[in-house]
Ligand binder design. Structure first.
Ligand SMILES: Cc1cc2nc3c(=O)[nH]c(=O)nc-3n(C[C@H](O)[C@H](O)[C@H](O)COP(=O)(O)OP(=O)(O)OC[C@H]3O[C@@H](n4cnc5c(N)ncnc54)[C@H](O)[C@@H]3O)c2cc1C
Length: 424
């Protein structure tokens, strides 16, 4: 039996700690006061003073692309229910808005019925999607960015600004400008896997009833060692016989360590001994997103038929480098036991009315540039034959299944290393 430390308690840390706990003694170190990282359900009061549990980080998944995570939920006996991934765009500069529900959302603004530019937008969306599907079959160079692709295919500004950039910046929590730097090959692969290129079709999305925190609560009793919250790890040192994990209140030897933090935090923990890992982790930058849970409906499209699960407010002209404001309508995403409307806005474009704010949280999200994504194969490779291994959503596209799979990669690599050293 080995003594293993897991640093970070998001899905990558929790899942690896859970599976390693079946054989080994596993301690978890978490800098925050709570376990879960981006899995963050909060309970707030509605106007009837009833508690409502709402997800403010990870919310939705699907059965096609989240198979590992779903197996984990089944093992923990956590049930899930249908969600909805409808999408709206509003542009306050031009009093323009639409929702993806047909016909009530698309034509929530009545003038769209007779506006040729709106029909051109719908046609352009359809053409862009078809073009991506056909280009996925012929292959594409690694160096082509979304911006290059837009220029090469002469995609109209109408489609770029009212469809492609809103969707991209909402999915990856980045600005319009950062979206343009996204590597096109990965972009198409992700959109195809998630059936985002099929207008009117698409996947049945799921959510955990009562909040995603439910799976964390079910997994925690199975962790074999101690759980340290409010414990920020500052250094990991490799010695001949052990790995030392160091923090203000910690100085403990372990046989192996899983670093399940974001790449930029992981980089701060290691010294020159881990030069290769350091250089790979160094390529990753993160966008800062301020999330407000609130009841201020001004962030939604002006007419209710256009209200969707995801609602993007276009940044004003000339500020495409600013973080994009996306508002989740939590009542449509989750089965909430309340008649009040709750919204989660990332990077609100105007101040949320203070009396309507229920909670404010800051999250960071990996920025998917080509130079960052180019490190992913090497990152998996450096986990082999090592006693300090890395995982997190940055091993994939930045989502929950990516983080889960990276945790499983870390577990497998560590099991092999330990067994080579005679530890079963
Ligand atoms: C608002 C929002 C909504 C999202 N919605 C979805 C969604 O619906 N579906 C989906 O698939 N994905 C979604 N994602 C993305 C997904 O939640 C994440 O990709 C995934 O959960 C990240 O898991 P992780 O284990 O890599 O990192 P995290 O969950 O961020 O965990 C890392 C942990 O490491 C801790 N840590 C950092 N440094 C240290 C240190 N020095 N010592 C100790 N602990 C440390 C942190 O406090 C944190 O708890 C969303 C993300 C956000 C922000």
């Amino acid at each position: 039996m080995a003594k293993i430390a897991v640093v970070g308690s998001g899905i990558s840390g929790i899942s690896s700690a859970y599976y390693l706990s079946k054989k080994h003694e596993v301690d978890i170190f978490e800098s925050s006061h709570r376990i879960g990282g981006h899995t963050h359900t909060v309970t707030v009061e509605d106007s009837n003073e009833r508690g409502v549990s709402i997800d403010t980080g990870f919310i939705v998944f699907n059965e096609k692309n989240y198979q590992g995570f779903i197996e984990f939920l089944k093992e923990l006996d956590v049930s899930y229910t249908d969600s909805d991934m409808s999408f709206s765009v509003k542009d306050d500069d031009n009093q323009f808005f639409f929702g993806s529900d047909f016909p009530k959302g698309l034509f929530a603004k009545k003038s769209h019925l007779i506006k040729p530019s709106f029909y051109k937008l719908l046609l352009g969306m359809h053409r862009f999607n078809n073009q991506c599907v056909s280009d996925s079959k012929t292959g594409m160079s690694d160096t082509v960015t979304l911006a290059d692709y837009i220029v090469l295919n002469k995609i109209s500004r109408n489609v770029v600004e009212n469809y492609i950039l809103p969707m991209t910046s909402a999915i990856w929590s980045v600005s319009f400008e950062q979206s343009l730097r996204f590597p096109m090959r990965s972009f198409i692969q992700f959109w195809m896997n998630h059936e985002l290129l099929e207008i009117g079709g698409g996947l049945q999305w799921k959510t955990i009833g009562g909040g995603s925190k439910n799976y964390i609560d079910k997994a925690m009793p199975f962790i074999s060692g101690k759980i340290f919250t409010n414990t920020k790890i500052q250094k990991i040192e490799q010695h001949n016989t052990s790995i030392r994990v160091l923090g203000e209140t910690v100085d403990s030897p372990y046989d192996a360590v899983i670093v399940a933090t974001h790449a930029d935090d992981a980089k701060k923990l290691i010294n020159t001994e881990f030069m290769l890992a350091y250089n790979l982790l160094d390529k990753w930058k993160y966008s800062i997103n301020h999330a407000y849970l609130h009841t201020d409906a001004r962030f939604m499209p002006p007419r209710k038929p256009a209200w969707c699960s995801w609602n993007l407010s276009k940044p004003p002209k000339g500020s495409f480098e600013k973080p994009t404001c996306v508002t989740y309508w939590m009542n449509r995403l989750q089965p909430l036991n309340t008649d009040d409307n709750f919204f989660l806005s990332l990077n609100p474009s105007v101040e949320v009315l203070p009396e309507k704010v229920k909670k404010k949280i800051t999250y960071t999200h990996p920025i998917m540039t080509k130079s960052a994504m180019d490190t992913q194969t090497a990152l998996k490779k450096i986990n082999e034959n090592e006693r300090v291994v890395f995982c997190g959503s940055y091993f994939g596209h930045g989502f929950h299944e990516d983080a889960f799979q990276s945790g499983m990669n870390a577990v497998n690599c560590l099991e092999n290393t330990l067994s080579d050293r005679g530890i079963k």
